[in-house]
Ligand binder design. Structure first.
Ligand SMILES: C=CC1=C(C)c2cc3[nH]c(cc4nc(cc5[nH]c(cc1n2)c(C)c5CCC(=O)O)C(CCC(=O)O)=C4C)c(C)c3C=C
Ligand SMILES: [Fe+2]
Ligand SMILES: [Fe+2]
Length: 345
């Protein structure tokens, strides 16, 4: 019997601390915020940032942020728990569809389980084909590109490189738009009456977008497609950007300022959805579902509903399963055929 070709799928997300404690958050933030893709700058600008990071940011921010993590922590970080559920759900779905299904794993760019150790583990186990699906539908140099960087560094040390593909983006994938639309419709059936749907995306510094990061265009396209499918009229939906970090200008309009403004204009009832997050995490559960709710209500708003991320819902697992077929179908059909051929031998 000839050796079967082994294919792995890695669902990759950003990463999250090991524990909701200042020391674990400091470790996570050090790794994350030292990445030159996340905080850009060369020469003196880089040296200045590293000095600020090590003296101010890593002294004070972990204390504040650990408390926020503690407020949403379950047995584990929600992001890691949800990533595990997404992996298990995709594995189940692929096992129903393929004779010789690929094996599904998780990997985080920062923190545990790390993407690079995962690649090393899988190469050691003989996987010749790996498809990485980032949990970011919209490409950004700050999130998706670090996955390419880790893969490139991993390959650099290998005589025979592993066949690795990365799904660059799926911001306009019809099944992804349908999945988002379904989650909004489902919410509206249970809780009708919102005057506006706010589509809040994680921001990036405006400078990165001005230099060519396509992220904002992809966010706007996701919003336009979703509004079209939901048949929303102008004025019934808005794209905003959340999670500013540092003193520079970020993508506008800002979510919190927009909520204050529209509440001041008399809007009372809104729904908020976060299409850049496929898994709930600190930025949705604390910043959007709690902090921004307070912002809206203090400014006169009355009904504020956060529509949860797609997480491991079947409609999102269908998106992932479609991406596997579209971008790794040739590997799978080969191994499935191989399997059948070896049974016949
Ligand atoms: C310069 C800083 C940052 C950029 C650029 C950035 C881009 C970016 N981030 C996400 C998704 C997530 N970010 C999360 C947390 C988080 N993000 C930053 C900073 C930048 N993000 C920080 C410092 C933190 C940690 C929390 C804090 O200190 O405020 C998370 C949540 C992780 C979790 O554990 O739950 C996600 C997810 C995207 C999509 C993005 C650009 C497109
Ligand atoms: Fe972030
Ligand atoms: Fe609602």
């Amino acid at each position: 019997m000839s050796e079967m070709s082994k294919t792995a799928i890695i669902l990759a997300n950003l990463g999250t601390p090991d524990e909701p404690t200042p020391s674990a958050v400091r470790r996570y933030l050090r790794e994350f915020l030292s990445d030159q893709r996340v905080v850009e700058g060369k020469g003196p600008r880089r040296l200045l940032w590293l000095a600020v990071l090590n003296s101010i940011v890593l002294t004070f921010r972990p204390i504040k942020v650990a408390k926020l993590y503690a407020s949403i922590w379950e047995q584990d970080s929600p992001m890691r728990r949800i990533l595990d559920e997404q992996v298990a759900a995709l594995q189940r779905s692929l096992s129903l569809k393929h004779v010789n299904p690929p094996d599904v794993f998780s990997g985080m760019t920062y923190g545990q389980p790390g993407l690079t150790p995962r690649l090393q583990e899988l190469a050691g186990k003989g996987y010749q084909h790996i498809l990485i699906i980032p949990m970011y539908p919209q490409y950004s140099a700050t999130t998706t590109a670090p996955i390419y960087d880790q893969v490139a560094k991993f390959q650099l040390g290998r005589r025979e490189v592993v066949d690795i593909r990365i799904v660059k983006s799926y911001f306009n994938h019809p099944l992804y738009i349908q999945a988002l639309a379904g989650s909004v419709r489902q919410h509206r059936q249970v809780s009708p009456g919102a005057e506006k749907l706010i589509l809040s995306y994680h921001g990036i510094p405006k400078e990165y977008a001005d230099k060519g990061d396509p992220y904002p265009q992809q966010c706007h396209e996701t919003s336009r497609m979703l509004a079209r499918v939901l048949d929303l009229k102008d004025g019934e939906w808005m794209t905003t950007f959340q999670s500013r970090f540092g003193p520079a200008e970020w993508l506008q309009p800002y979510t919190d300022k927009t909520l204050e403004k529209i509440a001041g204009e008399g809007v009372k009832n809104i729904d908020v959805v976060c299409p850049a997050f496929t898994a709930d995490c600190l930025e949705t559960l604390e910043e959007i579902a709690e902090e921004n709710k307070e912002v809206f209500e203090s400014a006169g708003g009355e009904h504020y509903h956060y529509i949860p991320a797609l997480n491991s819902a079947g409609c999102f697992i269908n998106v992932l399963s479609a991406l596997v077929n579209e971008q790794a179908g040739d590997w799978l059909s080969k191994s499935d055929l191989h399997n059948e051929a070896s049974h016949g031998a």
